[in-house]
Design a protein around this ligand. Structure first.
Ligand code: MEV
Length: 428
């Protein structure tokens, strides 16, 4: 059913309309929404204000993976994720590498990009000359917006005119390069671009013979020059387990990585495993996971075919495993100063700069990838998943402690299924 003016209704009125329209006034439906309201009204108001038409809160588990040694500093990393086994896998990988020197990380660049996309129907040469003469005027126009960012070490680093007319008739860009210090920078970048676009339009009207039309002004979420690397390394022998000698393990591991480098079907799943770790920390620290995802996958396809974000090799009898990915995150701005759990996460991470947070996130991604590939080339991933699955099933049927022990023992050697569990415990 269509409704006009929904946003103007109170929260209660919105819920009433939904109940009437889609839930035949079921009281249980209302209870599902209201039981997640926070008892502290002020806190609830804060959450209501993050988006529009808020009706309730949507819980996701908030877990911790301790023992991450990154550049010789120990971290307990907060992770927000709905998928079982991810936090356990991160913690296990962190502990494994803690005993082998930990993670080393480095920043490979901090430059972000944004564009004024526009059309010009006159001569390219005239436009080039116009840009040269007005470059400093464009920069002066955005100077007031840049003032604070400059104090924090960021700002506009460069601007350039780019001719794209070979792709779309009359299409050009003014490309801006930015650094945004500890902010993710989307608001700053978009404000600067829109201000500059206004100035560009005005200057063009009085100086150009052709028609200049602004199409749009927007940051790019693709940040190949704002990039981070995380690495682990150890002597090949240090990979020895009861199941396999170190050399065999290393060769098998590296071959699995090569498959992800060469085979897009595998690369997508492989990178999804990396993003299990990355997104969980991105969410816990209040960052934009959609931007981080889009960026990572664009970078994985930068060569023209989709490939693995992580790589591995043996050199001088040492095993090296590393991840390189673009990452644009912030530790100030957005909901960083507002959401109590985001503030908690940042404090837990010892109030990192954006650069430090990039490195922590990359280490979490690499740990997750290590854990996944390790499982895949040894026991397979179902073993770990099945334990969590069994727990979920036991919780679902509200099993008591005795039933749990019976189930754990039985499913050590049998495939977990709901039917098998019900049969074992004589449940309907
Ligand atoms: C599951 O969420 C992630 C994995 O599929 C990743 C991988 O296959 O590398 C286990």
């Amino acid at each position: 059913m269509q409704i006009n003016g929904f946003s103007k209704l109170s929260k209660k009125e919105k819920i009433n309309w939904l109940l009437k329209t889609y839930f035949q006034q079921q009281p249980e439906a209302e209870k599902i929404l209201t039981q997640y309201w926070h008892r502290d009204e002020e806190l609830q108001k804060l959450h209501d204000g993050f988006i529009e038409n808020t009706l309730s809160n949507f819980y996701l588990p908030y877990g911790i993976a301790p023992n991450f040694k990154i550049n010789n500093r120990l971290y307990a990393i907060p992770m927000v994720i709905e998928e079982s086994s991810v936090v356990a896998a991160a913690a296990k990988a962190a502990k494994f590498w803690l005993d082998r020197g930990g993670f080393t990380t480095e920043i490979l660049g901090l430059t972000k990009t944004g564009h004024i996309h526009f059309l010009y129907n006159g001569h390219t040469q005239e436009l080039i000359q116009f840009f040269r003469e007005n470059r400093s005027k464009l920069l002066s126009a955005i100077a007031p917006l840049e003032e604070n960012m400059k104090k924090r070490g960021g700002g506009v680093k460069d601007i350039d005119l780019i001719d794209k007319t070979d792709q779309i008739e009359h299409y050009y860009q003014i490309e801006f390069k930015f650094e945004t210090a500890d902010a993710m920078g989307a608001n700053f970048i978009n404000s600067v671009l829109e201000e500059a676009a206004e100035k560009l339009e005005k200057l063009a009207q009085s100086q150009l013979t052709g028609q200049l039309t602004i199409l749009m002004s927007i940051l790019s979420n693709f940040t190949p020059d704002c990039r981070v690397k995380a690495m682990v390394k150890c002597p090949v022998e240090a990979l020895e387990t009861t199941a396999m000698p170190g050399k065999l393990y290393a060769v098998k591991f590296i071959t699995a990585i090569k498959v992800a480098e060469k085979e897009p079907y595998r690369a997508v799943t492989h990178n999804k495993g990396i993003m299990n770790g990355v997104d969980a920390v991105v969410l816990a620290t209040g960052n934009d996971f959609r931007a981080v995802e889009a960026n990572a996958h664009a970078y994985a396809a930068i060569s023209g075919s989709y490939t693995s974000l992580s790589h591995a090799k043996i050199e001088d009898n040492h095993f090296y495993f590393w991840l390189e990915m673009p990452l644009a995150v912030g530790t100030i701005g957005g909901i960083a100063g507002l959401h109590p759990l985001v503030k908690f996460s940042l404090q837990l991470l010892q109030n990192p700069s954006a650069k430090e947070l990039m490195q922590i996130i990359a280490a979490a991604g690499l740990a997750q990838n290590f854990a996944a590939v390790n499982s895949l080339i040894t026991d397979g991933i179902q073993k770990g998943h099945m334990k969590m699955h069994l727990n979920n099933l036991l919780n679902f049927i509200k099993a008591d402690e005795k039933e749990r022990q019976v189930a754990y023992a039985y499913f050590q050697n049998n495939k977990v299924s709901f039917a098998a569990l019900k049969k074992l415990l004589n449940r309907q």
